[in-house]
Each structure stands twice: as structure tokens, then as C-alpha cells.
Design a binder for this molecule. Structure first.
Ligand code: AMP
Length: 130
């Protein structure tokens, strides 16, 4: 059965899309640690980061860098943090999280955003993608 992220990539489940190329897809996390929290996903469905072939791994990092720079240019924050966990969704994803305090990195404190706020932040980040 396809993962929830494959369904998002294929347009079967809606998302707040940030970027896409032939191999990777980025969208806002629906339960964000901070405004602008974004997930970068390889289209190839693999569960664990270290099981990715080297080319896909390196490509995911390059794609995440591009998206992270756009987040940094959009969201006031001290820096953009990168985390890979994957205990909830078994399809590799890089979390890019605008950080102001350690609490933003802990996945314990969540922010609640209205649909319009998700749309607004997605559009603002998209506009900064180089
Ligand atoms: P983890 O697998 O522990 O790295 O966490 C999975 C992440 O995916 C969590 O931060 C969820 O909020 C996020 N997530 C789960 N379903 C969706 C969805 N439909 N759209 C956007 N983000 C999602």
C-alpha cells in the first residue's frame, strides 16, 4: 500500500506544496513545530534514510538545502534546523524547521495554523525558491 506521502505526491491527498522536481517533493508539515515547518521527500518510496541509494540521498540533501534557504529567506528565525526521524511515516522525509528556541526542535510544542495561514506561508516560501 502506498505511503501517505506517496498519496500526497500523486495528488490523491491534498497538501500545501512548496516545491517539486523529477525526484523530490516538498510540502508543509500539517502539525508543525513552528510556522514554515516543511517536509522534503524523495518520490522513491523508501522507509529509512540510510537505505536510500547514495545518489538519492545526496539529491535529497541538495533539494532540502534549496528549500531550506527559501524558508530562511521567508520566516524570521535564528536558523533552519534539519531532522530526520520517520517513526510515524515510513517514507523518508527531511524535516526543515525554523528554529528560535530548542523547543522548536523537540516535536513537543506544536503551533496551530488556520488553512489561510498555511496557504500564505506556503506561497511566501514558494516565491523564494531559487
Ligand atoms: P516522523 O515520521 O516521526 O518524522 O513524523 C511524520 C511527520 O509527518 C509529522 O511531523 C506529521 O505531522 C507529518 N504528517 C503526517 N501526515 C501528514 C500530512 N498528511 N500532511 C503533512 N504532514 C503530515
Amino acid at each position: 500500500m502506498p505511503s501517505i506521502f506517496t498519496k500526497i505526491i500523486e495528488g490523491e491527498i491534498p497538501c500545501y506544496k512548496i516545491a517539486e522536481d523529477d525526484d523530490f517533493f516538498a510540502f508543509l508539515d500539517i502539525n508543525p513545530n513552528a510556522k514554515g515547518h516543511t517536509l522534503c521527500v524523495p518520490k522513491k518510496e523508501v522507509d529509512r534514510l540510510l537505505d536510500l541509494d547514495e545518489q538519492t540521498y545526496m539529491g535529497l540533501m541538495a533539494f532540502s538545502r534549496k528549500v531550506g534557504l527559501a524558508i530562511e529567506a521567508t520566516i524570521p528565525c535564528k536558523r533552519v534546523g534539519m531532522t530526520v526521524i520517520g517513526l510515524e511515516v515510513p517514507h523518508v522525509h527531511v524535516h526543515l524547521i525554523p528554529l528560535n528556541t530548542m523547543a522548536n526542535a523537540t516535536f513537543q510544542n506544536k503551533v496551530s495554523l488556520a488553512k489561510e495561514e498555511f496557504e500564505e506561508v506556503a506561497e511566501a516560501i514558494r516565491a523564494k525558491i531559487q
